[in-house]
Write a protein that binds this ligand. Structure first.
Ligand code: AMP
Length: 418
């Protein structure tokens, strides 16, 4: 029996993988420009980190985590998101002692046992940015601008940004009680989860996958306290003055308990179920609730799989610049031809020219066909004659043009033909 990848996981093959790397590279470039340092945290953590950090009545913690016990009897979980781990590391390494504000970013796999479908996987990649120590709306605006910058540079055009404020504990408490009143009226239409969470966390019903639409219909209007209202107004000002288009979306609550004030989501092609490619917001209480000093913080995570799929859907994958890939094609299998070819490709690689080759036992026609399939733009054909004369035939696989050139002129010829 053939063993296949586990449901909800997938292999990212070279062509797609290239796009993952491209987005990671763009993110790293922008991170350097915006003063963020990369952090790499473990793939698994203590289960309690996520229970306390994300909230034990969220979908992620209740139903979606990969939880296991290790040989030492420790309760562990594969990380379902990166913020809790970044906060744990921030506290554990006393990073607040180093700087008043701290900017960190990470790239890595996250794991959620959601029902798999297009754009929704059980292992997926996120690139996340976290900014600690700055309570201002300016920090929120800056992060939103960074997220948009990365996505635009990656080639995603039609993005829409939805922004909301979920307020602070002060404005949330009266809302919670009013919401409970409204939920009581529609109790018969609620799913089991919402009924169970009714006492402890009624807010989760607002983004319940089953009943959010009826709950939102019935929900009272959320009134921000004066401080949260001012913060929100400032954020809008910063976004407007930087010409960032957004929709105010009072329905946006997001699935994690730790958010305070600003929350946002960036989507492509409308805010449908799997259209969100980035989510973020402010989490001013999380550091403290995980045992650190009171530290305001704000951050976002880009869903790399979805961002890559969004670019693929618009066919705007960037072409490689420069000569691209060169494929060595051997016209005979003599040992001296192979020795010459090996020396040649090693030198080309030293000059940063990418070279691959197919099996020398195949016919020339088949080698050329494989070269095109591999995505090569040029083939370098070498046979007995070329070995003797220390030359090579450079064939443009797109136009079909070819010419014999001297060993030392290959690099120049390649550069001229691109
Ligand atoms: P979240 O951590 O839930 O705020 O999600 C941030 C982003 O990660 C989302 O906007 C998605 O692009 C992506 N994402 C979340 N869950 C999944 C999943 N199961 N599969 C693929 N991408 C996901």
């Amino acid at each position: 029996m053939i063993i296949q990848s586990v449901r909800g996981t997938r292999d990212i093959l070279p062509r797609l993988s290239e796009q993952f790397v491209r987005l990671e590279t763009i993110s790293r470039q922008q991170a350097a420009l915006w003063g963020f340092g990369e952090i790499r945290t473990p793939t698994f953590e203590s289960l309690s980190l996520f229970q306390r950090g994300i909230g034990d009545t969220t979908d992620i913690v209740e139903k979606e985590m990969y939880v296991f016990e290790d040989r030492g009897g420790r309760q562990l979980a594969l990380r379902p998101e990166g913020t809790a781990s970044a906060v744990r590391a921030y506290i554990e390494h006393h990073l607040h002692h180093e700087h008043k504000t701290m900017r960190l970013f990470y790239v890595g796999s996250m794991f959620r046992a959601e029902r798999p479908q297009a754009g929704r996987y059980r292992e997926f990649e996120q690139i996340g940015f976290e900014h600690f120590g700055d309570p201002s709306a300016l920090a929120d605006a800056e992060l939103i601008m960074l997220a948009i910058k990365i996505l635009m540079n990656f080639g995603i055009k039609q993005i829409s940004l939805g922004v909301n404020s979920v307020g602070c504990a002060n404005c949330r408490e009266p809302f919670k009680n009013q919401l409970k009143e409204s939920l009581r009226v529609i109790r018969d239409s609620l799913c089991e989860d919402c009924i169970r969470r009714y006492e402890k966390n009624p807010l989760r019903s607002l983004d319940c996958k089953i009943c959010s639409s009826i709950v939102r219909e019935a929900a009272p209007k959320f009134i921000l306290c004066p401080e949260c209202s001012e913060h929100h107004g400032r954020l809008f000002q910063f976004l407007n003055s930087n010409k960032i288009e957004f929709q105010e979306d009072s329905r946006l609550v997001r699935g994690l308990d730790y958010y305070t004030r600003t929350v946002y989501e960036i989507a492509v092609g409308g805010h449908g179920a799997q259209n969100a490619i980035c989510g973020g917001g402010r989490y001013d209480r999380l550091v403290e609730s995980l045992g650190g000093p009171p530290t305001p913080a704000t951050g976002f995570a880009i869903g790399v799989d979805r961002a890559v799929e969004a670019v693929a859907a618009t066919n705007s994958f960037h072409e490689r610049s420069g000569p691209g890939l060169l494929c060595l094609v051997l016209a005979d299998v003599q040992e001296n031809t192979q020795t010459y070819a090996l020396r040649l490709v090693q030198e080309l690689r030293l000059k940063q020219i990418a070279v691959t080759h197919s099996g020398p036992e195949d016919s020339m026609k088949s080698q050329l066909r494989q070269a095109s399939k591999a995505g090569a733009n040029f083939a370098l054909i070498i046979g007995e004659q070329e070995t003797m004369n220390q030359t090579a035939i450079l064939k443009n696989l797109i136009t079909g043009d070819q010419a014999s050139i001297g060993y030392n002129d290959i690099e120049k010829a390649l550069k001229q033909s691109t």
